[in-house]
Design a protein around this ligand. Structure first.
Ligand code: URA
Length: 253
């Protein structure tokens, strides 16, 4: 980069640098020098460090989010979030819903139009199908399980969340999982599955098999929205759900 030749150029450069640092801060990078970051741990029951890394890497507003001891405290710490660009199009931030001590947690991609309007995950047509899976298929009430998404604000036109949006929001999902500590996660659809498993393997290959998310059993399956378009694959999801029911009943021991 050349040295700025006049005051205007210098001002432009300072503005761009400030914007860049603000963007970095919004995705959780508060330190120019990694050595200055504060080392912190959240250790799962099996000894694995769920939030490995540094506080500075994970939380732009650090301690309040990081130290939250309940889902309510976490929600409060997230606040009127503007850590990524999705805030500008949202009606509601869709945090999550259900039993804070649920044994079973469902994780989807991100809110759609209905969820954005109502502030609750999986309440539209796909949500109705998920509710049927939970209630009619598994015999639970919706309030027995916990439901969340990878990103908490609706991506425009329901596009996939972009990497910076996931980077901003994923720490909150990790913290939600850490607070609920479910025995089993059902990851819904390609996006949630590939994000949680950090994998590019197609969902058709991942679904139906047990995986581990930091020591928590994870079952990938198709997204209910996909099932609305491909009802013929409902039987595959039912096979996956039956495996989860067996596991929860201790029948796989
Ligand atoms: N699709 C998702 O992935 N999540 C929702 O909450 C609704 C639709």
């Amino acid at each position: 980069m050349s040295i700025p030749s006049d005051r205007n150029e210098l001002a432009t450069l300072v503005t761009s640098l400030r914007r860049h640092l603000q963007r970095q801060e919004r995705v959780g990078i508060r330190f120019l020098f990694p050595g200055e970051a504060l080392q912190t741990n959240v250790v799962m029951a099996d000894g694995e460090n769920l939030l490995s890394g540094t506080e500075g890497d994970l939380f732009s507003d650090s301690s309040a989010t990081y130290k939250a001891k309940t889902l309510e405290e976490l929600r409060e710490a997230i606040g009127d979030c503007r850590r990524c660009k999705l805030w500008s199009g949202r009606t509601h931030l869709v945090f999550g819903v259900g039993n804070p001590k649920a044994k079973l947690m469902f994780i989807g991609e991100g809110p759609g139009r209905d969820e954005d309007l109502q502030g609750e995950p999986f309440v539209g047509r796909a949500g109705q199908l998920l509710t049927d899976i939970i209630t009619k298929g598994m015999g639970f009430k919706r309030e027995d399980v916990y439901i969340a998404n990878v990103v908490k604000c609706r991506p425009p036109e329901n596009r996939n969340p972009e990497p910076d949006e996931v980077a901003s929001c994923e720490p909150f999902l990790k913290k939600q999982i850490d607070l609920v500590r479910p025995e089993i996660i059902i990851a819904l659809g390609k996006f949630a599955v590939q994000t949680l498993l950090q994998s590019k393997v197609p969902i058709t290959k991942l679904r139906g098999n047990w995986h581990s998310y930091h020591g928590i059993k994870l079952m990938p399956t198709f997204h209910p929205a996909y099932l609305l378009r491909n009802p013929g694959d409902k039987k595959l999801v039912w096979e996956d759900i039956k495996k989860v029911i067996k596991e929860m009943n201790g029948e796989n021991a």
